[in-house]
Ligand binder design. Structure first.
Ligand code: FES
Length: 263
């Protein structure tokens, strides 16, 4: 893992209280695998706050820039929202274990995979979608948010990722299907044949998907979110119960086999 001071190249609002920050990163960006995160130090008001974890959302073609998506939920994220181009953020990364891709040799040629993202958690699936498309998988990508204004991951996705079909849902029906991501996923799973399922979002959504996947005997990986302190596996502040005992989300995850997690 590397500590790098990264210049801010852009900081744009995507939706109310959701933004995307683009950073120059010549050291960390080249090393990032899909599903890993960066631990961002947020110096605010002269006081050094803890780092906050953010999934790496995008890496540019030259692999010298990376983007993260943030939601403003408190003082730390508010400070990120206020950062200007040219200022710097101190990043630690790449952190954690990313997605373990399905073995392309053991799955059917032209097979399909199902990705399910709820809210801001969808950011963790973006690099994965691009990688799966490169391997030749067809992708059904279910994206859900509370309302249309908070849908930030659907724009241009089908154009950017060949072979990807987007399925949108909102809690209030203001865009796409009215209802939960799990409803859409269940409908897709009952009609289609999938090699693999990957998901990230609120824990009840992940738990419901884990149950669905288990019934279908479908391999399923989840990216878990947790409050973190050290971010490197030292403080045990982010442990989750699994069938193999307590595991650290920051170092053993954030990606886990869904079947191994005790929901
Ligand atoms: Fe310290 Fe995970 S945040 S062990």
């Amino acid at each position: 893992m590397i500590v790098e001071k990264c210049a801010i190249l852009g900081n744009q609002s995507l939706a109310p209280n959701i933004g995307l920050i683009r950073l120059e990163s010549r050291c960390i960006a080249p090393l990032v695998a899909a599903g890993q995160f960066v631990h961002v130090q947020i110096p605010a008001a002269g006081e050094l706050m803890l780092r906050r974890p953010f999934s790496v959302y995008e890496i540019d073609d030259s692999r010298t820039q990376l983007s993260i998506v943030y939601q403003v939920v408190g003082r730390g994220s508010k400070h990120i929202q206020e950062l200007k181009v040219g200022e710097e953020l101190n990043l630690l990364g790449p952190c954690g274990q990313g997605w373990r891709l399905p073995d392309v040799h053991q799955t059917q040629a032209g097979g399909r995979v199902l990705l399910v993202g709820g809210g801001i958690g969808t950011a963790a699936l973006q690099l994965l979608a691009a990688q799966l498309a490169t391997l030749g998988y067809g992708i059904d990508f279910v994206v859900g948010a509370a309302t249309a204004r908070l849908l930030v991951f659907n724009t241009g996705l089908e154009v950017l990722v060949p072979g990807l079909k987007l399925h949108v849902c909102t809690d209030d029906g203001s865009a796409g299907h009215r209802g939960l991501t799990t409803d859409l996923a269940e409908a897709l799973l009952s009609h289609g044949s999938y090699e693999w399922l990957a998901s990230c979002g609120p824990e009840p959504m992940l738990a419901a998907l884990a149950s669905l996947a288990k019934k279908k005997r479908l391999a399923h990986q989840v990216s878990l979110e947790a409050r973190m302190a050290c971010g490197v596996g030292a403080c045990l502040g982010c442990v989750v119960p699994t069938l193999d005992g307590q595991r650290r989300v920051c170092a053993d995850g954030p990606v886990f086999d869904a079947e191994a997690v005790v929901w």
